[in-house]
Write a protein that binds this ligand. Structure first.
Ligand SMILES: [Zn+2]
Length: 342
């Protein structure tokens, strides 16, 4: 279920006749409301105004109330969700062909034991994890990959943070070793996970450091602009996120170093060969982190491999990604890749 460009897909250019056919097809997003409005116009003889109805705001978000969606900001609220479109008299699964206003055969409504994760693909592995109640956040608004306050927030070259200058309100400094002059700042939940992870690595003789952590929108403006000035926009886009598109702005991402391996491989592909790089590749998921940009998945994530960049998603998600042998968050969500900016 492609999320990107869904709004455009909902309003293709088409003939007035095609518009009418579309208005009366059901189920579709907002089908109930639009069909009622369209029918009212026909019976009042005001069919000529149909294009106005098409372009008027349709109260889909209000009609499709899903936990985890933020009215007006969640693309998922406008998606043709089987849950959201079920009327009170929804047939039970298995009653085929009964859910159609026109009498045409309709697909059976799949059963869910929990609401879907908003914004993720209907068939993404994360839906199965959360439907089973494993590790789903207690706060339903966090079941939305577009909520910047959720550990599940998806940020890539197709998914801009909203608001673009978002800043977390619970940044803290974990008690771990710094590998740079930068202050270490991450969100509270990630901070405690970092402390446990670094302690576990240290117990095995691996001394991980934090080279970079939270970066504000304003900082990312400076970082990205610096890359563009020195390398050009194309090269900058392959190594640095544009402001508003960086996981570092969420307070859930860190770049790490190895205190014992020197600095040669800092921010370099060879970091994967350092003891710290190898340790996090094997163990970070146990602490809720994933190595976000891995080799072989560049066209999905939009970035060259960064074996030093860790993203906090929560242990239930990262261990489930491992279980399914899924190496990118995009794939885990069942969403298209984000090879470049829109
Ligand atoms: Zn990073």
């Amino acid at each position: 279920m492609p999320v990107v460009g869904f709004h455009q897909a909902r309003r293709p250019r088409q003939t007035p006749a095609a518009k009418l056919r579309r208005e009366f097809s059901w189920p579709r997003p907002g089908g109930i409301a639009v069909s009622i409005a369209g029918a009212s116009l026909i019976f009042s003889g005001a069919l000529v105004l149909a294009p106005v109805v098409e372009s008027a705001p349709v109260p889909v978000a209000a009609a499709v109330s899903q936990p985890g969606t933020t009215p007006g900001t969640s693309l998922a609220a406008t998606e043709p969700s089987p849950v959201g479109q079920e009327p009170a008299s929804t047939p039970t699964p298995g009653e085929k062909g009964t859910f159609s206003a026109s009498g045409n055969s309709a697909a059976p409504i799949p059963a869910r034991t929990a609401p879907p994760v908003a914004g993720a693909g209907a068939d993404g592995p994360i839906q199965g994890l959360f439907a089973a109640g494993n590790g789903s956040p207690s706060d339903a608004t966090l079941w939305d990959i577009q909520n910047p306050n959720s550990p599940l927030v998806l940020v890539n070259k197709q998914h801009l943070l909203a608001p673009v200058d978002y800043a977390p309100t619970d940044l803290v400094t974990p008690a771990v070793r710094s590998g740079s002059g930068e202050p270490i700042l991450v969100r509270a939940e990630a901070a405690s996970a970092i402390e446990r992870m670094f302690a576990a690595a240290a117990a095995e003789g691996i001394n991980i450091t934090v080279k970079s952590s939270y970066r504000s929108f304003q900082t990312q403006v400076a970082v990205y602009s610096g890359y563009v000035a020195s390398k050009g926009e194309s090269a900058a886009d392959s190594t640095s996120a544009r402001p508003g598109y960086s996981e570092h702005q969420t307070g859930l991402a860190i770049d790490i170093g190895d205190a014992d391996a020197g600095t040669t491989c800092d921010f370099n592909p060879c970091f994967a060969t350092t003891p710290a790089g190898q340790w996090v590749a094997a163990n970070a998921s146990e602490y809720g982190f994933t190595v976000r940009y891995v080799a072989g998945h560049e066209t999905t994530t939009g970035y060259l491999a960064e074996p030093w960049h860790l993203r906090y998603l929560g242990r239930s998600v990262t261990t489930d990604m491992n279980k399914h042998n899924i190496r990118s968050y995009e794939d885990y969500l069942g969403l298209p890749g984000a090879p470049g900016y829109k």
